[in-house]
Ligand binder design. Structure first.
Ligand code: PLP
Length: 376
């Protein structure tokens, strides 16, 4: 039989092998697919760590104002946003690079530093892009497993960092597990960094951390090591759909090369305006974070009562061992209209990550798990 045009095309191109063989990013299910699968309209979206409170009304006002000019190219340098961030963080704006989500900064860092033959150190369970972007650049990735107590294995991490990888990607608070490094642990890891290594601290959940948690920008400021701290407007500020995150770099040269590795008009006009408005309404963000943290304590206590083993969390999600295949449990939750994320990395398939949603969504999760998890 004659081959179809697609089948002939499929094998004909010499793709970049590093990109063609990438694992897929494990994104949360979209709402239309969840409605189709569950037959329910009221979907609780607890898979992507979004903010159940939405975003500040100041953001919506900025987007409705005459300052929003979709027909103009936005400022490729994000000058106004970088100035606002620089003032807030006491950092020269020339050390800040804004990205289309902090995701893009992970890609730009990888593109700026990694070539085949180089290596990256990170943790497992891992944030998918800390592995995918280095692999795309042809680097190899060393993953340090979490400890038996569902925390950072500091000894093993210190060793992996001291081995001199080109880049270290570490999220703290840690997605998907939840704990954060305390000051002492962070300083210990920073001391292990050798010249020639870029230390990337991804603080996507910084705003949700305990009050006594270290501020990575402050700890690294005087460290003398090459570093980047990543922050985002997607989580606590509730702007996931607009895509804005940023890299605070140790020096101008790191910032210059990372900026060179991004696309020129990477952050769109709506995103720039929204981020500035969100930053100015710190009170909204703080109130939202306080509500989410209180809900997290309530949900964690309820799940522990069901006999589930939870990792400690300083984030807006909970990571727990469901005692069996988490994909099966996630499928059952989906039937109830609840989307969560079943972990798929090898050795961690019994873990499930659930975002803290609105109180009503959290009640649904607790009630569904009470039905589905066998009593202990
Ligand atoms: C959500 C998340 C990000 C991505 O944030 P964006 O700014 O939306 O791209 C980056 N790192 C970690 C660890 C995250 O959990």
């Amino acid at each position: 039989m004659e081959q179809s045009v697609e089948a002939k095309l499929e094998s004909s191109l010499p793709f970049n092998p590093h990109v063609a063989s990438l694992p897929a990013y494990n994104a949360g299910m979209n709402i239309a697919a969840a409605r189709a699968a569950s037959g329910r309209h009221d979907i609780a979206r607890l898979a992507s760590n979004e903010n159940p409170d939405g975003c500040s009304p100041a953001v919506m006002a900025a987007l409705a104002s005459s300052a929003f000019e979709p027909w103009r190219y936005a400022d490729p340098a994000c000058s106004a946003l970088r100035a606002a961030l620089g003032e807030r963080l006491r950092i020269e704006p020339s050390r800040i690079v804004v990205g289309n989500g902090s995701e893009e900064m992970i890609a730009a860092i990888s593109r700026a530093l990694l070539v085949p033959g180089t290596s990256v150190a990170t943790v497992v369970p891992s944030f998918g892009l800390h592995e995918i972007e280095p692999l795309a650049a042809g680097a190899s990735v060393v993953k340090v497993p979490m400890s038996a107590s569902l925390g950072f294995d500091l000894d093993a991490l210190e060793q992996a960092i001291a081995a001199g990888p080109r880049v270290v990607f570490l999220s703290s608070p840690w997605n998907p597990v939840g704990p954060g490094l305390d000051s002492q642990a962070l300083e210990r890891l920073v001391s292990a960094v050798r010249p020639g290594t870029l230390f990337v601290l991804d603080e996507a959940y910084f705003e949700f951390a305990d009050p006594d948690a270290p501020d990575g920008i402050e700890v690294l400021r005087e460290s003398g090591i090459a570093h980047v701290v990543l922050r985002t407007f997607s989580k606590a500020y509730g702007l996931a759909g607009l895509r804005v995150g940023y890299a605070v770099c140790s020096d101008h040269e790191v910032a210059r090369v990372i900026a060179a590795a991004k696309t020129p008009f990477n952050v769109n006009a709506a995103a720039q305006l929204a981020a500035i408005a969100a930053l100015e309404d710190e009170a909204w963000m703080k109130a939202s974070v306080a509500r989410i943290r209180a809900e997290r304590l309530r949900v964690a206590a309820a799940l522990e009562k069901l006999g589930l083993r939870l990792a400690p969390s300083q984030t807006n999600f909970l990571f727990f061992d469901c005692g069996g295949d988490s994909s099966a449990l996630a499928a059952s939750l989906l039937q109830e209209g609840i989307i969560v994320k079943a972990w798929r990395e090898k050795g961690y398939e019994c873990f499930l990550r659930a975002t803290i949603g609105s109180p009503a969504e959290n009640d649904r999760l607790i009630q569904a798990l009470a039905q589905l998890v066998p009593a202990k």
